[in-house]
Design a protein. Structure first.
Length: 395
């Protein structure tokens, strides 16, 4: 402790409080839905999310100048950074050349690609992923009058963003999900492995999933409440993305700054158990309440939105209400249409599986009266019956 430096003493005290709070969270907080690499890791993530929520609530009751002063104290490099409000976006869209299109393929394009691969591995549903992808581009159009960097050329939004970066990322994520679903997971204790090399390999594999469950957000017999639950997921997802851009704009934070990157990483860690808990609540009739991590994430999303609305009153005052209402209506209609198509697709797959199982059963019965069926035929019928019993693989 330095009696001559009050700021350092305050910072040391805050660090000590956070440190012991995280220790308590590891020891006392409830387990999350994941067991890899260890349940304590996800209790720690939950503790960090609670700390982040408390920080947001503290910021909510400060003035804009106070918040900026705190930011400058932690990051002096932000003192001289200002957002260029005069910069033009989405100009000369008719001038389409290979060089201009290629110039847009930057680090953010690869960020889109890998980001959507991770999102697809979290959601594990083509229909929901594509709905969020298209809905976000519509969101950018609706809020472009508030955030100029949302203005894009049509070929940038449709071809580069939706089809290439987002589409390829969704495809890669779903391919990885399908591969992980088909893996056989047989784990043995590290104590029973004799070789050192085997022990090291088993220790590394501890950071991989213990199993990979096929998810079914929508099935042929789902109710309208399931539709509403999935739409609620899409809406909160879009608000979380909006919070990222509004917070950066109002508090003038560069895209690659540790504050911005750190928040994105933190939200990504929080979303993983949140989605799993929400999925269990939506699809499992035995689950009667939403998980704790899901509640905290919802509170974080709402608090962030309140913060940028409060400190960006001048910006929010320029909101075109008709744009926002139209955006909400389009999101609602588009989401329900997409989800309804997914249910129809699932019903079509189920009817096809029923037909195949009936045909195979009839063929197996008629063959048994003449000759005993081969092992391959019996295996084929069994696989189709199991697939029918478990429901369609993609819904």
């Amino acid at each position: 402790m330095n009696e001559d430096n009050i700021e350092n003493n305050i910072w040391a005290g805050i660090q000590c409080v956070f440190f012991f709070f995280l220790i308590i969270s590891v020891l006392a907080f409830p387990n999350g839905p994941f067991i890899r690499p260890h349940p304590a890791v996800w209790r720690l993530v939950f503790g960090v999310s609670v700390v982040y929520l408390l920080v947001l609530l503290f910021i909510l009751f400060q003035s804009y100048d106070t918040v900026k002063s705190i930011m400058y104290w932690f990051y002096p490099d932000l003192v001289h950074f200002r957002i260029d409000s005069e910069k033009e976006y989405g100009v000369n869209c008719s001038d389409i050349t290979f060089e201009r299109v290629w110039s847009h393929v930057d680090v953010f394009a690869f960020g889109h690609f890998f980001g959507w691969a991770m999102k697809a591995m979290l959601v594990r549903h083509y229909g929901i992923c594509w709905t969020i992808s298209v809905a976000w581009e519509i969101t950018e159009i609706a809020f472009a009058h508030l955030l100029p960097n949302f203005i894009e050329c049509w070929w940038d939004a449709i071809i580069l963003d939706i089809l290439l970066c987002n589409g390829c990322g969704i495809w890669l994520g779903m391919v990885l999900c399908r591969k992980l679903e088909n893996e056989t997971y047989e784990w043995e204790s590290i104590k029973s492995i004799p070789s050192t090399k085997g022990k090291i390999r088993r220790a590394v594999l501890q950071f991989t999933p213990a199993s990979w469950t096929h998810v079914r957000w929508l099935d042929p017999n789902c109710t309208y409440m399931r539709f509403f639950a999935v739409y609620q997921l899409v809406f909160f997802w879009l608000v979380t993305e909006l919070n990222t851009f509004f917070l950066k704009h109002i508090f003038e934070i560069p895209p690659g700054h540790p504050l911005s990157v750190g928040r994105i990483v933190l939200i990504g860690l929080i979303v993983a158990p949140t989605l799993r808990q929400y999925y269990s609540y939506v699809t499992d009739p035995r689950c009667k309440r939403v998980g704790t991590q899901c509640w905290v994430f919802g509170a974080i999303t709402i608090t962030e939105a309140i913060i940028w609305s409060k400190f960006g009153l001048e910006l929010v005052a320029r909101t075109q209400i008709q744009n926002i209402l139209l955006w909400l209506l389009i999101q609602l209609v588009m989401s329900f249409i997409c989800l309804y198509i997914c249910v129809l697709y699932a019903r079509r797959n189920q009817s096809q599986l029923e037909t195949e199982v009936i045909k195979d059963s009839q063929a197996s019965t008629s063959t048994e009266s003449v000759v005993k069926p081969s092992h391959a035929q019996h295996s084929k019928v069994t696989k189709r019956k199991n697939k029918f019993a478990n429901g369609p693989m993609k819904t």
